[in-house]
Design a protein. Structure first.
Length: 78
């Protein structure tokens, strides 16, 4: 709290799930302005992670653009 907490303007929640194949899927949520409860932030992050898992991919939606850039920059024979 206060000075001991670094005068942080808010808080958030990051969740990671590992698939059977070893892929890591992540989701995160930050508190919205207006005094949102920590439980609401956690529920939103959990629902987002469940959505990511339900999509069944090997790269979560927040990292797909980075993977596409790396794929386009690598040589064709890799």
């Amino acid at each position: 709290k206060g000075k001991e907490g670094g005068q942080s303007p808010g808080f958030g929640c990051s969740l990671v799930a590992e698939t059977v194949g070893g892929a890591l899927l992540s989701a995160e949520s930050c508190a919205r302005s207006g005094g949102e409860l920590p439980e609401d932030v956690a529920v939103r992050a959990a629902l987002q992670l469940l959505w990511e898992i339900g999509e069944g991919g090997c790269v979560d939606s927040s990292h797909q653009s980075m993977v596409m850039i790396m794929m386009s920059l690598c040589p064709e024979d890799v």
